[in-house]
Design a protein around this ligand. Structure first.
Ligand code: GLU
Length: 323
């Protein structure tokens, strides 16, 4: 079991079972963690309850296990990026891969930087990349793409999702760095719709309301090869899910991605709302929400919850520490 120590007889404690794992106890232990600051880029995020903590896991048979507050709604923010990438891969039949890199940046989520030499966004998990993936999904104009994205995200979640229109408006109005990135991509010829339309579509995708239960199902759909384990419906082909989870593994936690992969070892995506979505291939999907963030923009308590889940359920994708 990863992270576990041998007892006095040298035996490893037995691996815990996700079906009976005590999520309430996990939540209580994570609650003791402190530190971090709530994002203040828009008023709705600044007003988030710093004590909110919800955790959900989704198992291969589609059963969903939750803690209290797993039904509290929040805007998905950057946790939408893996799903935008999935929809872009699907709708362009993979052609989007010619227009976007898949290398980690080692830089902040909104760095004003494109791939040198090509002018492409560095990867789909940073803002430049997500502005592009949102812009290439099927649909006419801003409205059509918004509809396509909401329908696609709802299929991942297995329920009808809605948009917080105030968050969408503020993200659009106050996202100066996103406008800058969109203009930069226009100047390089990588973005083919207007900069303002690209920001509008991306802003609305960030403003989709989820709770950790929905987000965990979304993560599980990627983990289980593109089939939603709750509805049993295929949302994307297995090849698309594999591409997305691969890029979550290398780029999902921005400039903390390398450390995250070594420590937690689970493909994940963080977001400024304090959510983290996890996809453990063929094993489980999970999500955590806790708004206070560390310097890399990752939820402090969320990160702790992922550490514990990984160690205690033996989820590190590169293997156990024990024998
Ligand atoms: N709406 C945010 C932005 O684009 C999302 C960033 C994040 O969650 O990391 O600025």
């Amino acid at each position: 079991m990863a992270g576990a120590t041998r007892d006095s007889l040298g035996a490893m404690p037995s691996r815990r079972d996700a079906r009976t794992y005590d999520l309430k106890d996990l939540r209580d232990r994570v609650m003791r963690e402190s530190g971090g600051a709530v994002d203040d880029s828009i008023p709705q995020l600044a007003e988030a309850d710093p004590e909110l903590l919800g955790i959900a896991i989704v198992l291969p048979d589609g059963s969903v296990r939750t803690t209290e507050q797993a039904d509290v709604a929040f805007s998905v923010q950057s946790a939408v990026k893996p799903f935008l990438f999935a929809l872009a891969l699907l709708d362009t039949d993979g052609e989007v891969l010619d227009r976007i890199g898949i290398e980690p940046t080692g830089e902040a989520f909104d760095a004003i930087k494109l791939e040198s030499g090509t002018g492409r966004p560095p990867n789909p998990m940073v803002n430049a990349g997500a502005l592009l993936t949102a812009a290439v999904v099927d649909g006419d104009g801003v409205e059509g793409r918004n509809e396509r994205i909401l329908r696609g995200l709802s299929a991942f979640a297995g329920r009808e999702l809605t948009v917080d229109e105030d968050v969408a408006r503020n993200e659009h109005l106050l996202g100066d760095r996103n406008h800058a990135l969109a203009h930069l991509m226009r100047s390089e010829g990588t973005l083919r719709i207007s900069a303002d339309d690209a920001v509008a579509v991306y802003a609305r995708a960030c403003a989709v309301l989820v709770d950790v239960e929905a987000l965990a199902v979304m993560g599980a759909t990627l983990a289980f090869g593109g089939v939603n384990p709750v509805t049993g419906k295929r949302v994307v082909p297995a090849a698309v899910a594999r591409d997305v989870v691969s890029v979550m593994a290398t780029c999902g936690v921005y400039d903390g991605s390398g450390r995250w992969m070594r420590r937690v070892g689970i493909p994940a995506k963080s977001s400024v709302s304090g959510a983290i979505v996890l996809s453990v291939p063929e094993t489980l999907g999970a999500a955590v929400i806790s708004p206070p963030l560390d310097e890399q923009g990752t939820s402090v308590r969320g990160s702790k919850a992922c550490d514990l889940l990984s160690a205690e359920l033996d989820l590190h994708v590169f293997g156990s520490l024990g024998d």
